[in-house]
Design a protein around this ligand. Sequence first.
Ligand code: GBH
Length: 472
Amino acid sequence: MTAFPENFLWGTATAAYQVEGAWAEDGRGPSIWDTFSHTPGLVAGGDTGDAACDHYHRLDEDLGILTALGVGAYRFSISWPRVRPGGRGPLNQAGVDFYDRLIDGLLARDIAPVATLYHWDLPQELEEAGGWPERDTALRFAEYAHLMGERFGDRVRTWITLNEPWCSAYLGYASGVHAPARTEPAAALAAVHHLNLGHGLAVQALRAVADPAAQLSVTLNLHHVRGVSEGDADAVRRVDAVANRAFLGPMLEGAYPDDLIADTASVTDWSFVRDGDTATACQPLDMLGVNYYNPTLVRQWGGGGGRQSADGHQDGTASPWIGCEDVEFVRQPGPYTEMGWNIDESGLTELLLRLRRDHPDTPLMITENGAAFADAVDADGRVRDERRVDYLHRHLSAVAEAIEAGADVRGYFVWSLMDNFEWAHGYAKRFGIVRVDRDTMERTWKDSAFWYRDVVAANALPAASAAAGHDG
Ligand code: GBH
């Protein structure tokens, strides 16, 4: 038995576009992900989030699942285009009502709502005005944060401004594999800055209107970067700068790292950073949210031949890794999940301890961790996902190890409550602990859901993942 601290917060996570569906109902406006998924060829299988998991119409059923899991918290995101369709102007009351029902339903079940303001679904009109590379988007985001704080701040006590701005900036504007599918490195770095600025402005806005006891946070997908050998230290430094310190710097220390500015000098002069911006980005935070899936392995690229990155980007094609032209992303040893990501929980322990060392006063929360697998379904409907149980067990052990070594980790959220729209991969990649039948939308608990329920109830891990039992 590995026990967790008293009051450790156990939860599951989802995001609006990935689960809600009802994309054109009750006054919701289009987002960049509607545009992206409706563009032929961009999402595997032609999948869209039009129906997603139909969570919008199945709220009560899904609240029932959360209750039966016994979780203390549910991390969801608010769809900006559902509550403020064009990104500006009046609120859409029907959209606000949906989140009122969700939040009140959670509270009635003693489940703490953890609300993410932005999980990638920018109102399409704001993209048409330039999107995150434009400063105005940060200002509109702050307005939206203010309005949400006014509406829900009496009941939501944990807020997350942005989910993984790394993805929004680099996958959205540099490699283009996410919405809005632009491949403009300079714009991507401007997006980095306006996401940092928007975060700081949103924290200010929430502090002004939300419950004074509210915990304010941001979720980053920090990369735990390792070099193949000691000679690869500079490759590690570059990737760490553009992936991690591009956000940690302004948000937690009030400045961009000098090496990041130097590494990206041929792409931009960073003149979009105005006096006072990094001070604005650096608002006191009550917690830092960490999403972890796997570590990153790099080496100095020796040149010659076609460079093949582990993230699938051929040399010369749009890469999310700006300023890392001399870095090779090395495929790591297996086992792998269905995403092709290697399974290595030691990176999570090391990442948490690095944060403990670099930012000792900032409590941490694992806001996402989980794995996609092609789960086996028995004739009787039982979903055997022992590989997911094993993945979760390993990573929770890694969290416990970090806590033991001094990291202040307050909670853990499984990604994801249910199989959902996995962005450019569509529905083929299943991350849920609950299975969603794509034809009937029926929800079925996987073995991992029963296992997680028992972990939550015990506030501890069983001795071995093999002990996971199915009793449903
Ligand atoms: C999260 O993104 C999202 O927040 C969530 O919405 C999503 O469903 C979930 O994870 C699962 O994807 O360099 O090829 O080794 C995670 C996105 C995953 C982006 C790991 C960078 C590195 C892959 N990140 N990835 S690679």
